[in-house]
Design a protein around this ligand. Structure first.
Ligand code: SF4
Length: 288
């Protein structure tokens, strides 16, 4: 019986885990010829594109940028009737990440390939989080989980490769779209301060929503909380103060456990600071 030909693919989200996996595969499994890809929403952080360029140089291989040809503006207006995506309605991930991926691999499946997709799920997290294949010949492999690598190993891999963490870690905890609704209020404030133009761009979509006849009141930050509320310096200060309080609480908890005063970079532990599971509910396709 003839063996099916195989294609190996690895999706990069712009996040640290998938980047570390690419580095890990290049360094430990050089015999596997992997196609690296990035499903570009066109609304990613500038630091994500820089990081991907650096990674591409390290891998010595092109990271294929794939998209569906329908950008966010097109989808929002023409297919979703100005209905902003939200944690409950994540049409953005489906339309801008999963559908382009599935269309891209479909042509290989049609050519008779079996696809092996490498996903950066670690040994210290539930493996059920991996992408659920939609085709018999689309298989998922999780090398970190299989080889016993945990969170600490991921940062070590990136450090020792010379890539380090993506630069957005200076102010934000996850990759993904500039206007991602999974970011915390303090991250919105930082977006406004660091990239006022991108903040204004995000606000523009809310205006669009406000003009719809049905008067929908969902905004990026949630029900009845338009980004305009961040125009008020008092509100910004409240958010910053609250974040400081949460940080202090987290540091106290850490000191109790470790008995040493450790330096905390909030973007690395944002979910823990706010007592949430890793990812804060965001889709692994976007931030892993
Ligand atoms: S990063 Fe956020 S806004 Fe962008 S596709 Fe993912 S969930 Fe949607």
């Amino acid at each position: 019986m003839s063996e099916k030909k195989q294609k190996h693919v690895l999706g990069l989200s712009g996040g640290k885990d998938s980047a570390a996996l690419a580095v890990y595969m290049r360094d430990n499994y050089p015999e596997i010829d992997i196609d690296y890809f990035f499903t570009d929403t066109g609304k990613e952080l500038p630091e994500v594109y820089d990081f991907l360029n650096d990674l591409e140089a390290y891998l010595g291989k092109e990271i294929l940028r794939i998209d569906e040809g329908k950008d966010f503006d097109y989808l929002l207006t023409n297919e979703f009737n100005d209905f902003l995506p939200s944690p409950q309605q994540r049409w953005c991930t489906i339309q801008m990440k999963l559908v382009p991926f599935e269309k891209w691999v479909q042509k290989f499946l049609d050519e008779g390939y079996e696809i092996i997709s490498y996903v950066a799920i670690r040994a210290d997290e539930p493996t059920r989080e991996g992408y659920i294949p939609t085709h018999d010949f689309l298989k998922v492999k999780m090398p970190f989980a299989e080889d016993g690598l945990i969170k600490k190993n991921i940062e070590d891999i990136l450090e020792s490769s010379g890539l380090g963490l993506p630069k957005y870690y200076e102010w934000r905890s996850r990759s993904g779209c500039t206007f991602c609704f999974f970011q915390r209020k303090i991250e919105w404030v930082r977006l406004k301060e660091r990239y006022p133009d991108l903040f204004e761009d995000a606000k523009r979509y809310e205006k669009q929503i406000g003009q719809t006849p049905s008067g929908k009141s969902y905004f990026w930050m949630g029900q009845d909380t338009p980004l305009e509320t961040l125009e008020d310096p008092k509100r910004i200060q409240e958010i910053k103060d609250d974040h400081e309080k949460q940080m202090a609480r987290y540091k106290k908890r850490m000191r109790r456990n470790s008995l040493i005063d450790i330096e905390v970079i909030d973007t690395k532990v944002m979910d823990e600071i706010y007592d949430q599971e890793e990812g804060g509910g965001a889709c692994i396709t976007c931030y892993k």
